[in-house]
Design a protein around this ligand. Structure first.
Ligand SMILES: C[S@@+](CC[C@H](N)C(=O)[O-])C[C@H]1O[C@@H](n2cnc3c(N)ncnc32)[C@H](O)[C@@H]1O
Length: 373
């Protein structure tokens, strides 16, 4: 009984303090701690870190020690002083420009998602996203709110790609897509290599002290697709603002098998393709809007073609995995949609006309649902 109470109390504290852990991570990323330590030839003491970051000595010392406690940094001693270096976790996932870096998504989560989550109770009460309360922005047009400034759009576009560099190949390999020669990645964002440069030059987003890394943030899913299925061609379809931004900052295509097409997938003609990918698109929308989009896709799809839905899939009872349950609440505070179970995707796809609906988890956060016309 006593140990049960102890465990309950421990869990309660862990849950209540979870936001502090997130903020340590976000603040260290924002300040450029991990880039500074990655670029330093040897571990640095707290005074050197604070001087180079232009941050207070007291705040820096407390933040660095919290990072050690969270296994983001490792501490040693040199000349009687504590010195700090990145752990492997930080070098792999937190240093800007590392091939597996998740930093852009963390920055977006810290600056935008976190602020919306501050209004979770209101979101539950009202049943809608919280851009108005969080940022004073109406959200009748969802992506006008999400892309409310150039900097915000770029941060979102870069952040979204982080996960596909890690999970893209695995989720695209959940089914053999090699028979599909022309693939249309709807709501696919774009692969402009210079986004990072633009983000810093045009929009004043800056942190980090290492030399600017090769940008090349987005289009990770399209790139994974042509690399896994070399015989295919990918048309990335997205709204004009997103595609134009890519064209402005991206003169020559990185890969001639990837092309862009701008339009509104709810209203404009859709490119002809053998397979349509909807990655993290349906979760933004209500069932009614998803059904409308799927019906349009069924009309556009060639007979024998298909649709691949890539989403974080809920368990059949809707109560797990925890990450997906939390993502579903995130859809409440940030979009019009929700995460869904495989059965819920089936219930959207079948009435639109799609048959042979198969669902596969891919071992990571995201899974795939393939259906055929
Ligand atoms: C959550 S993001 C997912 C992006 C990408 N598929 C991924 O998984 O990283 C949703 C995408 O849908 C695009 N989008 C939203 N509304 C759209 C519309 N009406 N027509 C075309 N694209 C749209 C957005 O610009 C954005 O790129």
């Amino acid at each position: 009984m006593c140990s049960q109470e102890g465990e309950g109390y421990r869990l309660l504290k862990e849950y209540a303090n979870g936001f502090m852990v997130s903020q340590v991570l976000f603040a260290a990323c924002e300040l450029g701690v991990f880039e500074l330590l990655a670029a330093a030839p040897e571990p640095l003491d707290s005074a050197a870190v604070s001087a180079r970051l232009g941050a207070s000595p007291r705040g820096t010392e407390l933040l660095l020690d919290a990072c050690v406690s969270l296994k983001l940094l490792q501490a040693g001693v040199r000349g009687g002083k504590a010195v700090y270096a990145n752990t492997e976790l930080a070098s792999t996932y937190l240093v800007r420009g590392s091939p597996r870096s998740q930093r852009d998504m963390l920055m977006y989560t810290g600056r935008t998602t976190y602020v919306c989550w501050g209004h979770l109770a209101e979101a539950v009460r009202e049943g809608r996203n919280q851009y108005l309360k969080a940022f004073g922005i109406p959200s009748e047009e969802l992506f006008s709110a999400i892309y409310r400034s150039e900097g915000e759009r770029l941060q979102f576009m870069r952040g979204l790609q982080d996960v596909w560099r890690l999970e893209g190949a695995r989720v695209l390999a959940a089914f053999d897509l090699s028979p599909f020669r022309v693939i249309c990645d709807l709501g696919g964002e774009c692969p402009p290599r210079t986004l990072g440069l633009c983000l810093e030059l045009c929009c004043g987003y800056h942190s980090g002290h290492s030399p600017r890394p090769p940008a090349g943030g987005s289009g990770a899913l399209a790139k994974a697709c042509v690399s896994l299925y070399p015989g295919c061609r990918v048309i990335v379809f997205d709204i004009p603002g997103v595609v134009q931004m890519a064209r402005t900052h991206f003169s020559a295509s990185e890969d001639e098998r990837i092309s862009f097409h701008e339009g509104d997938f709810f209203t404009d003609p859709l490119p002809e393709a053998d397979l349509y990918i909807l990655a993290r698109v349906l979760h933004d929308w209500t069932d009614a809007k998803c059904s409308h989009l799927l019906e349009r896709l069924y009309q556009a799809c060639r007979t024998g073609g298909g649709i691949l839905v890539i989403e974080s899939l809920l368990d059949a009872d809707g109560r797990g995995p925890l990450t997906t349950v939390l993502y579903s609440l995130n859809m409440l505070v940030q979009t019009e949609g929700r995460e869904r179970t495989p059965a819920q995707y089936r219930a959207l796809l079948a009435p639109a006309g799609f048959r042979d609906v198969r669902c596969r988890r891919a071992g990571g956060i995201y899974g795939a649902v393939l259906a055929r016309k």
